[in-house]
Design a protein around this ligand. Structure first.
Ligand code: PBE
Length: 270
């Protein structure tokens, strides 16, 4: 019933993703800050796949829905989403993705360390691979093709680095589309330097723990300063932060653009 309040129409539910995601923590904070907790509002935990499929259904039926969203991601264009304004700046203006490696990597595997330290690319480039993988291409193949088409850039990450022979290295990641793209790309680049690369997917908390406990060598999935800021704080001193590999990512609540009257998180209360 379109005459009901938005809250009522969507059962006072924000459709979320995995419980451990940084964005879920930030969204809890946002709900408190915007007064969406003391009433019936809830943040529904699910998975990214379930969230995008619920979103697809709502869009198909032109029904209202509020989701935890982020970019780079194909959901923005595919479902014509708009981010809700965040006047209290809970999500932050933009996020950078950092490369985080274990203590001692520089000494043990200086070639890999150097490559990881140099790795950086642009949101559009990441989005390009994500879209291909979402359209069914294998991530390994998609990133290998990307490397061929972007040889100069790849070269700038590897130039002058000595090749190794069969040394192994382990990268961990969370199986979000963005991280599938970046991790497979970096794995392929390290393979081109002679590394035997293992990549292992896990939840976000174990991901940070894997680096902090030296169970893995590195990861390229740290959305900061807000999204995974808690993990960063928790494990501070137990990892090396190699800085930004991608600038200009964004995290926030979003709605389909046909929800004309909802433009700010503050509008959710009306
Ligand atoms: N995300 C996508 C992640 C980072 C990448 C926004 C869902 C998060 O930690 O929330």
């Amino acid at each position: 019933n379109p005459n009901e309040s938005l809250g009522k129409q969507i059962n006072y539910t924000i459709t979320g993703i995995e419980a451990g995601a940084g964005e879920m923590t930030t969204t809890q904070k946002a709900m408190k800050a915007y007064g969406l907790t003391n009433s019936k509002w809830q943040l529904q935990t699910s998975s990214t796949a379930a969230m995008t499929s619920t979103l697809a259904k709502s869009v198909k039926n032109h029904q209202p829905i509020v989701v935890t969203s982020w970019t780079p991601h194909w959901m923005i264009n595919k479902f014509h989403l708009k981010f809700l304004k965040d006047p209290k700046n809970i999500y932050g203006k933009s996020e950078d993705i950092h490369t985080i490696v274990r203590k001692g990597l520089k000494k043990d595997k200086p070639e890999a360390y150097e490559m990881l330290n140099r790795f950086n690319w642009k949101p559009d480039q990441m989005a390009d691979i994500m879209l291909k993988v979402n359209n069914g291409e294998n991530p390994k193949t998609a990133t290998a093709k990307w490397m061929k088409q972007n040889q100069q850039q790849v070269n700038s990450w590897t130039k002058g680095i000595k090749h190794v022979h069969g040394q192994s290295i382990k990268l961990t990641y969370v199986a979000w589309d963005s991280e599938i793209a970046s991790t497979n790309l970096v794995a392929n680049v390290l393979r081109s330097l002679g590394y035997k690369v293992e990549i292992q997917a896990m939840e976000l908390q174990p991901l940070w723990a894997s680096i902090a406990t030296n169970a893995a060598d590195g990861m390229v999935c740290a959305w900061l300063p807000n999204t995974q800021g808690l993990y960063y704080k928790d494990y501070k001193g137990k990892f090396d932060d190699l800085g930004t590999n991608l600038k200009g990512a964004k995290v926030g609540l979003a709605v389909p653009s046909y929800m004309k009257n909802i433009n700010s998180i503050e509008d959710l209360k009306n």
